[in-house]
Design a protein around this ligand. Structure first.
Ligand SMILES: Nc1nc2c(c(=O)[nH]1)N[C@H]1C(S)=C(S)[C@@H](COP(=O)(O)O)O[C@H]1N2
Ligand SMILES: [Mo]
Length: 221
């Protein structure tokens, strides 16, 4: 028998050791799965035509090909990730280019304080620039030592471990530097502008009724 209540009970991990419990934000459930969550279709790319555009508050716009991205220094990050639909996954392994390393190649104007990450299909999300220059923020193209799978964001996704995972846009195509903040897709639709999982910054207004086991029914690998 598998009622909804049973499933929720199984998902809870009451006997996780204390040092791991500290890493689990409030209201989250630990999973070994890697759920697949996004709006719209998985984009299909001709990698030779793919590019990443840098624009906004920069002295000169830049366009990077995937080859150019891959020629930049590679950084490996092991981090925990936390989705607002209540799953967390520990010790995920990513490789790619540190956002900060890319920044060094750009002439970003001092007035730029906020960043809009533009992604396919019709997805965007805003992150303060200060949050993107941390050691563990990556433009990732490898997960667990292999190229990202299509569904997890191939060829390039953002990974911002310290914010809810909707900020970690898959299929990124543009990085826009901005003077003023502006909300992205989920931020315009009732989710929190900043999204710190340890402070449970899930919503901007009233809480939405997201079933606790919603993610369990989604695709995963
Ligand atoms: N382009 C794009 N990126 C996206 C999304 C999306 O709908 N489109 N969904 C976000 C959400 S809500 C989550 S939880 C994560 C899920 O990443 P995963 O499918 O690799 O687990 O991707 C984020 N990045
Ligand atoms: Mo999410």
């Amino acid at each position: 028998m598998s009622t909804k209540a049973d499933r929720i009970k199984r998902m809870k991990s009451p006997e996780i050791p204390a040092e791991l419990a500290d890493r689990l934000p409030p209201g989250q459930v630990l999973t070994e799965r890697f759920p697949i969550l996004h709006e719209g279709e998985v984009p299909v790319y001709d990698i030779d035509a793919w590019n990443l555009k840098i624009f906004g508050e920069v002295d000169a716009e830049r366009v990077f090909t995937f080859e150019e991205i891959k020629s930049l220094p590679l950084t490996r990050v092991v981090c925990d990730i936390h989705c607002v639909t209540r799953w967390s996954k520990f010790d995920t392994v990513w490789e790619g280019v540190r956002f900060r390393d890319l920044l060094e190649l750009l002439k970003v104007k001092p007035e730029a304080k906020h960043v809009m990450i533009h992604a396919d299909n019709d997805y965007d999300t805003n992150v303060p620039l200060d949050d993107l220059i941390r050691d563990d923020v990556l433009l990732a193209y490898h997960y667990n030592g292999s190229p990202l799978t299509d569904k997890h964001g191939w060829p390039l996704r953002l990974v911002v471990p310290h914010l809810y995972f909707w900020k970690s846009a898959k299929w990124i195509r543009g990085i826009e530097f901005m003077k003023e903040d502006r909300p992205g897709f989920w931020e315009r639709n009732g989710f929190h502008n900043y999204a710190d999982p340890f402070k449970e910054m899930r919503f901007s207004g009233e809480a939405f009724d997201i079933p606790e086991d919603e993610w369990v029914r989604k695709e995963f690998d």
